[in-house]
Design a binder for this molecule. Structure first.
Ligand code: K7E
Ligand code: CUA
Length: 662
């Protein structure tokens, strides 16, 4: 490591960047399992016997898959993929009429996003198992997933933002989610020359309020920041509750060749925002109304439908008009992650191109503010003196630090992308205690509860960027992967490699007991307020209004009602409103129609979903259940007769008892 840090001091920024790239191309680290360095009992420590449950849930972002992967720890078994920003034909998400509105935005229907940072809801700084939030990076959005059903319940678009990366980071009782913009843009948007960046571009940081009962989100206010890139965030806790911290890069305000032009300054900033102060200014009417255009989608569990609402203004606070609300903490060099330790005192920044890790002290920050220990200002925001806020430095820890998590014994774990390792160090003494290699090139890492006031001290998960030779090759791209390490001893120990869905960025972990007890086993039919639900086979029917046909259908082991339908015509607009009458745990039925330009429906017990279909040709079209639900699952099928547009085939439907033709 010593040699690396000498190198870092000597090299210009552009070359450092080359090192970053090289790290991803030519890893030849020591081998783990198979290479002989793994302790003999590792297998037994991750073994969860058949029929047993894992101890923790791990929620991993899917990155460019736009989903969340749910795994058990320590086994690494994939339990579920929750579709969030991306359509999922397996579950019909984004294909059925009920969930399509979830993906509405001010740009129209968007079937995909890039999701990085899951955040479990917290109460008094501890994870509470109610919801998990996650960002959509590309078209700025935040989603809320209900952890009693593992379904996406709400998505709100973030206006004036672009690259919703430093998001969502929540306060200790989930009062707010922070959402900082990665790209600065003109606010409000307008057509300007790109070389007018310095005068025209700004960065919006949004404060999304969360209703403590329902979890519903709304954009309470935004803070209009200088036009730099806000990379990651973290909220204060305990002593620092009321503040939030955002790393930034590109304080150079470059708009081209950032890998060189945004790596010039010796220090960038951590923006410290006093959101309680911001609330006061908001209450005093200091905010300005800015035009905005954003969409808010909510899934209603009782009607089982999502609806979208468009909003058109947002309240904006301007730091120069709100003294005491924002300060800048100079931080070496292009910091990526910022992480507040469990006591709330230290704000740890991972300067990607810095030789050392920097921890700011919250107490010293308050003192520096009081003493006006300023070193200039930017857009009216005071810049605090670096030495006045510095709490400590971890010397020469490794190369390319990205993120830090904490355990319950006052230790910190930092991921190093270039040197491809996890380094354990002591908060307060700043000494390095241990290091382990990761295969390969770790990004985020996660200790269950590791960003809360009460971390667990058993495991750390490395979320890796590349796997190279670790798995059977599968064409040009190998599986994405994670690695599990034990951290309950003095030395970290590699226990397990396991593949992941999409590219995992951040993850969250929580004791299984906090989630297990909350689970919905089925939806009560009596509570089903879907406007097109039916509660029994007797109500099954087909109704025509002009060329719109609605099929009211039920499903129960092992038949549909009706299962024979006649009188559908070419050019009709057909809606199958299908209700699963089962009232039992784990009995979904599927519904698929030959040639429908759509996905299947996968309907949970007590739920109603709708498939839209436009028949294009005369003939007979089969439909069937896609989920093997009973010994007679294969018999769960039916027929639809499609007649010519001008035919007079009467509209009829039946199950077993064919009605007479009128
Ligand atoms: Cu470091 Cu998007 Cu949090 Cu990935 S980010 S690694
Ligand atoms: Cu229902 Cu198979």
């Amino acid at each position: 490591m010593k040699n690396f840090s000498r190198l870092l001091q000597l090299l210009p920024a552009g070359l450092l960047v080359t090192l970053f790239l090289a790290a991803s191309g030519c890893q030849t680290g020591p081998k783990g399992p198979g290479g002989g360095t793994l302790g003999g009992n590792a297998a037994s420590r991750v073994y969860v016997a058949p029929g047993q449950h894992d101890e923790f849930y791990a929620f991993m972002s899917g990155g460019f898959s736009g989903q969340i992967g749910v795994y058990g720890l320590p086994s690494g078994r994939l339990l579920r993929v929750v579709p969030v920003f991306s359509v999922d034909p397996e579950k019909g998400y984004g294909f059925n009429e009920e969930t399509k509105p979830m993906l509405n935005t001010s740009h129209g229907f968007i079937p995909w996003d890039d999701s990085h940072h899951p955040a479990l809801s917290q109460t008094d700084g501890e994870t509470d198992g109610r919801w998990i939030f996650i960002n959509g990076n590309n078209t700025p959005r935040i989603a809320r997933i209900d952890l009693s059903s593992f379904e996406t319940a709400e998505i709100i678009e973030i206006p004036n933002s672009s690259g919703n990366h430093s998001s969502p980071y929540l306060t200790q009782s989930t009062e707010y989610l922070m959402a900082g913009t990665r790209f600065s843009v003109p606010i409000p948007q307008k057509d300007v020359a790109l070389n007018t960046y310095a005068e025209n571009f700004k960065g919006a940081i949004s404060f999304v309020k969360v209703d403590p009962k329902t979890g519903h989100m709304n954009i309470e206010f935004q803070v209009l920041m200088p036009g730099i890139d806000y990379d990651l965030a973290s909220c204060g806790k305990k002593v620092s509750h009321g503040w939030s911290f955002f790393t930034s890069y590109n304080t150079e305000m470059a708009n081209t060749l950032l890998e060189v032009n945004a790596s010039q300054n010796d220090k960038d900033f951590i923006a410290a925002i006093n959101w309680k102060k911001a609330e006061e200014y908001l209450a005093q009417g200091k905010a300005k109304e800015f035009p905005a255009n954003y969409v808010h989608n909510i899934y209603d569990e009782s009607t089982q439908m999502a609806t979208s609402k468009t909003l058109n203004s947002v309240k904006v606070l301007i730091p120069s008009e709100c003294p005491g609300m924002v300060y800048m903490l100079p931080t070496p060099k292009s910091p990526h992650g910022v992480d507040v330790n469990p006591t709330g005192e230290y704000i740890v920044a991972s300067g990607k191109l810095s030789t050392d890790l920097t921890a700011h002290s919250f107490e010293k920050m308050l003192k520096a503010i009081e003493d006006k220990a300023f070193d200039g200002e930017v857009d009216g925001i005071p810049i605090l003196k670096f030495d006045a806020v510095l709490g400590g430095t971890v010397k020469d820890p490794g190369l390319g630090p990205l993120h830090t998590e904490f355990d319950n014994k006052g230790n910190a774990y930092t991921s190093f992308f270039i040197s491809s390792e996890i380094v354990k160090w002591k908060v307060g003494t700043w000494e390095i205690l241990d290091r382990v290699p990761t295969y390969y090139s770790i990004g985020h890492l996660m200790v269950p509860g590791g960003n809360s006031v009460k971390p667990d001290g058993k495991y750390v998960v490395a979320l890796n960027k590349i796997t190279k030779d670790r798995y059977l090759p599968t064409g040009p791209e190998l599986t994405q992967s994670a690695q599990l390490y034990a951290i309950d001893g003095d030395k970290m120990e590699l226990l397990l490699d396991f593949p992941t869905i999409g590219e995992p960025h951040y993850a969250q972990g929580i004791a299984a007991d906090k989630i297990k007890s909350r689970q919905v086993q089925y939806f009560k039919l009596d509570d089903n307020k879907h406007p097109h639900s039916i509660k029994s086979e007797k109500e099954a029917r087909v109704v025509r209004e002009g060329n719109t046909v609605r099929v009211y259908m039920t499903m129960i082991r092992s038949h549909f009602a009706p299962d024979n339908i006649e009188g559908i015509k070419v050019g009709d607009k057909v809606y199958f409103h299908v209700t699963n009458l089962e009232q039992d745990f784990d009995v979904p039925h599927g519904f698929a129609v030959m040639g429908a330009n759509n996905a299947e429906l996968l309907i949970m017990p007590g739920q109603t979903e709708t498939l839209y279909w436009e028949p294009k040709k005369e003939g007979v079209i089969p439909f069937y259940c896609t989920d093997f639900c009973s010994a007679l699952h294969q018999e769960m099928q039916g027929y639809i007769r499609v007649s010519a547009a001008n035919s007079n085939t009467p509209l009829r439907s039946w199950l077993n008892d064919e009605p007479p033709v009128q």
